[in-house]
Ligand binder design. Sequence first.
Ligand code: PMV
Length: 355
Amino acid sequence: MSPNYQATASAPVNIAVIKYWGKRDTKLILPTNSSLSVTLDQDHLRSTTTSRADPKFTQDRLWLNGKVDEIKPDSRLETCITEMKRLRKKTVEDKDPKAPKLSTYHVHIASYNNFPTAAGLASSASGFAALVASLSHLYELPVDASTLSLISRQGSGSACRSLFGGFVAWQMGTKSDGSDSLAIQVAPESHWPEMHALICVVSDDKKGTSSTSGMQRTVETSPLLQHRIKNVVPERMEKMTRAIKDKDFDSFAKITMADSNQFHAVALDTEPPIFYMNDVSRAIIALIVEYNRLSRENGGRYKAAYTYDAGPNAVVYAPEANMKEIASLIIAYFPQKAGDFKDVLGLFGAEGAKD
Ligand code: PMV
């Protein structure tokens, strides 16, 4: 009987507060700007992946949510698997001649999402992060999460950020080989445990324009994107990092909403234009804007911040103390959707991807 080479890991989704949108290298997935995100809760919205290596396997295979999924030659999936095998050889087998030659075995991989796939809820981020984390565990790689982020980035850009919990920056880097385009943790979840997220599932249909084709079109056609890359994001990255370190929710909220707005403006500035939000998304924006306005008019502070990725679903970040009120407001204004949102309490993952 051959030994049992198998490992399971899971990773949560992350939702960006400074959005990644645009690639300067489509093969290596190098972004046109840095980005910053919050990794969500350990139990909601996560992918769990089991990988198994066996000398008897005749090819690499993948099951996604129980169905066979093809591993196409030269696909991102194949790139991630190949890079992980290469890392196994370099960091383990070349150093220890007695180590089993797992890099030469085929792998079977099964991955599950506990939420709708490709509905603008960042399933590719948690999926590729869980894949890389499970292979890293299987191969017993002596590397840190930032090194693994270099590989998960090549599956889906935003996946590099899901290898950490808490507040995570993806530094765009400057090198053409991508060796400095990686994720780092800005602050662990324990730094700001009052920060919670409410996910409002407006629609769980598959999205119309994939992030890959949308980004490419934006890079090719949007003048606003060039302004964003040069004049907006670098300063926002610094201000957002400071806001997180200082636990300054007013600044966090202002930057988060401004960056979501600009990302969707850039999508609209694309030829032909891309619309990710729908009327319900926009109504939720109006509600949060009004909620903040009333608070601030009475001498208070910002109470909530909305953000939207490449889909119509809202993510509302707010201090835990405000969450009940926000959830009641959403239920009151969108009664037909009352069962369709989740208050993701206990927001943060303990360590991002985990075994
Ligand atoms: O990593 P991708 O290709 O799924 O792109 C993600 C893009 C956004 O979710 C819209 C923004 C982000 O930074 O996560």
